[in-house]
Design a protein. Structure first.
Length: 371
């Protein structure tokens, strides 16, 4: 993820943005997926203090399992042995020398097997980015106490339905081995792992996941994306204004025709096509229905309002049907549902999310890193 590189870039902005007519006191950081996780890591890191005044974290948070390298040492040795087949289990000093001698291409060639470049909990030292478990940090006042806009799409994992055979295969595995539904970062006692997995399984279906692929997709959406974003919003709302949205609008611009009855329609990163579209550009407007253009205006204006005013709906606006987005509280996650008709709703991804919370309370052992 390059968190320290990002931090250096933010410091450069502070030192130089005035040369480009910018104002260093008006910086907002924004990211999606791993970028969303990166944004919330900067919120937690004292080393990023004072580098921005607001944050937008989309479809990712510091509690996302994909944003944590759980086996850094094992992965480092694995990479060394991929590049140098006879490396074995030499000392960590020899490991460092070996990896430093490898080319960037050699290391990149191992990426499919070793998803290594994720954040870690570092030992305490001068250059450490974060030195405590991320879930523990998210329960404390953030190092950067600034307003946050965060959210998800209506079905982050719907893209997997493009290969229903693969979805069905995973579902069969979980039906016979529900313990595999328990992420290792939950730190569940091995003797309780299957019991916890059975409860997760029951949160999505009373039958078999292989017979209910929509339930399987909802599990993937929640486990990988939605629940860590929602939990992060709840925890940080104790200390700073947090606004939440769900992008549910399914239109032509999304270019996603995957459909499974019982699952949402808008997948991971599909909302980028609306966020970064110029709704005034004729090359877009001439090809899209009015509802797509309206959704793009709503979504991009939501972000721009937040960047300018630290509030996504600072005043009643016909574009938002006169609605104002309330802040999240630890007890109540209110959110703007962006669809053909806008709504203020509560409880995203319920009832499954509440089931996850109870399962964590019963089985997860602190300290755990993600949620």
């Amino acid at each position: 993820m390059g968190l320290k590189d990002q931090q250096l870039a933010l410091k450069w902005v502070q030192d130089n943005i005035h040369l480009f007519g910018g104002d260093k006191s008006q910086v907002t950081i924004i990211g999606q997926s791993a970028g969303g996780a990166s944004v919330s890591f900067h919120l937690l890191s004292p080393k990023s203090s004072g580098l921005f005044r607001a944050a937008i974290a989309r479809s990712g948070s510091a509690l996302s399992a994909f944003g944590y390298q759980q086996n850094a040492i094992l992965n480092a040795y694995g990479i060394a042995n991929e590049i140098f087949p006879n490396f074995g289990n030499k000392s960590s000093q020899e490991l460092l020398i070996a990896l430093q001698s490898a080319t960037a291409q050699q290391i990149d060639n191992t990426a499919d097997k070793y998803n290594v470049f994720g954040p870690v909990v570092e030992p305490v030292h001068e250059g450490a980015f974060l030195s405590s478990p991320f879930h523990e940090l998210a329960q404390r006042p953030p190092a950067n106490n600034v307003p946050v806009l965060t959210g998800i799409t209506s079905e982050e994992a719907i893209g997997k339905a493009a290969d229903l055979n693969a979805v069905r295969h995973s579902a069969n595995v979980y039906d016979f081995h529900p313990e595999n539904m328990v992420d290792s970062c939950m730190n569940v006692d091995e003797s309780k792992r299957k019991e916890a997995g059975v409860k997760i399984h029951a949160s999505y279906t009373q039958g078999k996941l292989a017979d209910d692929l929509a339930a399987m997709i909802r599990y993937d959406s929640d486990g990988r994306y939605a629940k860590p974003v929602i939990k992060y919003a709840q925890l940080q709302s104790q200390f700073t204004p947090v606004y939440f949205y769900m992008f549910s609008y399914h239109g032509k611009r999304g270019n996603n025709n995957v459909f499974v009855e019982g699952a949402g329609r808008v997948g991971h990163a599909e909302d980028n096509l609306y966020m970064y579209m110029d709704p005034e550009d004729p090359s877009f407007t001439s090809q899209l229905p009015p509802a797509d253009i309206r959704a793009a205006k709503q979504y991009s204006t939501l972000a721009m309002n937040f960047i300018k005013f630290l509030n996504p709906t600072p005043s009643k606006d016909p574009l938002f049907q006169g609605l104002t987005v309330p802040t999240v509280t630890p007890q109540k996650v209110s959110y703007l549902n962006i669809d053909a008709n806008l709504q203020i709703l509560t409880g995203p991804r319920e009832p499954a999310y509440s089931s996850w919370v109870e399962i964590y309370k019963q089985y997860a052992r602190a300290p755990f890193v993600c949620f």
